[in-house]
Design a protein around this ligand. Structure first.
Ligand code: HEM
Length: 505
């Protein structure tokens, strides 16, 4: 009898939960937003959550579905979490810029007990605003000019590696680019010579590989369990990483202070902010009584970590995608090489900071690469106070999650005819003028735009120039004709490493 009662009770609870789940999947319909056909547990993301398609592709499909219905926006469910997907470029502009005050956070997990999660990408509200104000001066064009020398020294180390690849007749551009960007960001953010190009198994490269591992379950947990609760369970946004980065940053800072080492890199600027509270264009970072430091050790650790994480993978994938497209179009490749050689010869065989501005076609190749392969294919936001969508009766409630479908817009034939064609001329001044604003935003837009965008573009230009100056690249026989992407990754990653044939140019 008791057992029967228990069974009935379990059945009733199960039924109630089922009804609740069903009701949750009507959230958008009840709020006047068109929705799709969510399934129990998965919502609209069965293929993504079961590891079959990348997040980016799922949102390209949502964008296309809503656009085909002539909608300005739509609603989907990430398991049980409602997510808003804007389609209209004016609405996207409002979210990113005009009405930024309602959407200044990403809603990504961060907690005071989890040092690495306290980084600029993840935190929100006033702490984000204050931190961004402190860090922005470290990314201005004059600081990029200062760092240029450090970046260039690393990129020059590509030469012997390229020579070896030329001898072997093939190059793994995914791997070489990842080692190169690890060396650049390792040197610029941490001031260390990790030499991943010579030793692809060096510690920082290994750490980079661990960060790139897909984590669908972790993401689901972060998206579903309330942040405050999760923080007290000891959950870590980047498990097993803190010890390594803490030691790296604290050791480097201590060494520099003890030996008065001046290097032209982020670490120097962060040390100035910690010790003096202001940036000066010199080697001075000693503690001054008159100024108060404005960054703590933990804040520096978290920011160095995000510069590394956000900096190495994004730039290396962009370079690898660009090289593949150039290998597929030998005429375009020859034109880019000609531009590179001209600039090298104009500046005495060594590109200067000014010289990089003359690499116009190379810049367009990078822009077109980021259109076709935006490494962050969706940009997350969260609504921080109730927001009435202009020219509609829909109100987005505080706490609503939003995904801006960058890749969907970038592949929209209304903005980019024949969107699968790789054509850098889409980024000539004349062509750009024909498109609406916000049909292109690989680095995001508005006050939360990627802080490292200048750094990334400079690095990609120098990297491509170094490869194309000496090497001539083409596709290997039997290479796959289309690229596929790793499922369950937030960043766009090719499933297979990109390998090319290379000979002396
Ligand atoms: C091709 C390379 C890169 C791409 C495509 C890229 C893309 C992005 C995107 C789309 C965002 C979100 C913007 C938004 O929400 O509006 C972002 C944020 C960010 N990126 Fe990048 N990024 C790249 C390289 C870098 C590099 C090299 C660094 C650091 C050295 C960096 C550091 C950051 C940081 C710290 C944020 C958070 C900014 C904030 O919330 O205030 N990124 N990036």
């Amino acid at each position: 009898m008791e057992f029967l009662l228990l069974l009935v009770l379990v059945g009733v609870v199960f039924l109630l939960l089922l009804l609740l789940a069903k009701r949750q999947h009507t959230y958008w319909a009840r709020n006047g937003v068109t929705q799709l056909n969510p399934e129990l547990f998965y919502g609209d993301l069965r293929d993504m959550l079961s590891g079959q398609v990348p997040i980016g592709s799922a949102f390209v499909n949502f964008y296309n579905t809503f656009k085909q219905k002539n909608l300005r926006f739509g609603g989907i469910y990430w398991a049980f979490t409602p997510m808003f997907v804007p389609v209209d470029v004016q609405l996207i502009k409002a979210i990113l810029v005009k009405d930024f005050a309602y959407f200044q956070d990403r809603g990504t997990y961060h907690h005071e007990n989890d040092v690495l999660s306290q980084n600029l990408f993840r935190i929100g509200g006033e702490p984000w605003r204050t931190l961004r104000q402190k860090l922005s001066p470290t990314f201005t064009s004059s600081r990029m000019r200062m760092m240029f020398e450090t970046m260039q020294q690393k990129i020059q180390q590509l030469e012997p590696i390229l020579d070896r690849c030329i001898q072997e007749g093939r190059i793994n551009v995914t791997d070489v680019s990842a080692c190169l960007t690890t060396d650049v960001i390792g040197s610029c953010a941490f001031g260390i010579e990790c030499n991943a190009l010579q030793d692809p198994d060096c510690q920082l490269r290994q750490q980079g590989r661990r960060i790139s591992i897909p984590m669908p379950l972790k993401q689901w947990v972060e998206n579903t369990i309330p942040r405050k609760l999760l923080g007290y369970t000891g959950f870590k946004a980047f498990p097993g990483q803190e010890g390594f980065f803490r030691k790296l940053v604290l050791d480097t800072m201590a060494y520099r202070e003890k030996n008065s080492v001046y290097r032209k890199d982020f670490m120097h600027l962060l040390l100035q902010l910690r010790n003096k509270g202001v940036l000066t264009d010199d080697g001075n970072f000693s503690r001054e009584q008159s100024h108060k430091g404005i960054l703590t050790d933990d804040e520096i650790i978290a920011q160095c970590f995000i510069f590394f994480t956000a900096g190495f993978d994004t730039s290396s994938s962009t370079m690898a995608f660009a090289m593949r497209e150039l290998a597929l179009q030998p005429d375009l490749q020859a034109r880019v090489r000609e531009e590179v050689l001209q600039v090298f010869s104009k500046y005495g065989g060594n590109i200067t900071y000014e010289g990089t501005k003359e690499l116009l076609l190379t810049g367009r190749v990078i822009a077109e690469t980021l259109r076709k392969y935006p490494v962050l294919p969706n940009i997350p936001r969260i609504c921080t106070k109730d927001y009435k969508i202009p020219d509609s009766n829909v109100v987005l409630r505080k706490g609503t999650q939003i995904q801006l479908p960058v890749w969907g817009l970038h592949m929209d034939p209304d903005y980019y005819p024949d969107p699968h064609k790789f054509d850098p001329e889409r980024f000539s001044e004349a062509a750009k003028a024909t498109r609406p604003e916000f049909a292109y935003f690989p680095f995001g837009e508005g006050p939360r735009i990627c802080i490292g965008a200048r750094f990334a573009q400079l690095e990609a230009k120098l990297g491509l120039a170094a490869l194309l100056r000496r090497g001539k690249f083409s596709v290997l026989p039997h290479a796959p004709t289309t690229l596929t992407f790793k499922p369950s990754m937030v960043l766009l990653h090719a499933t297979e490493d990109i390998q090319l044939k290379v000979e002396q140019a």
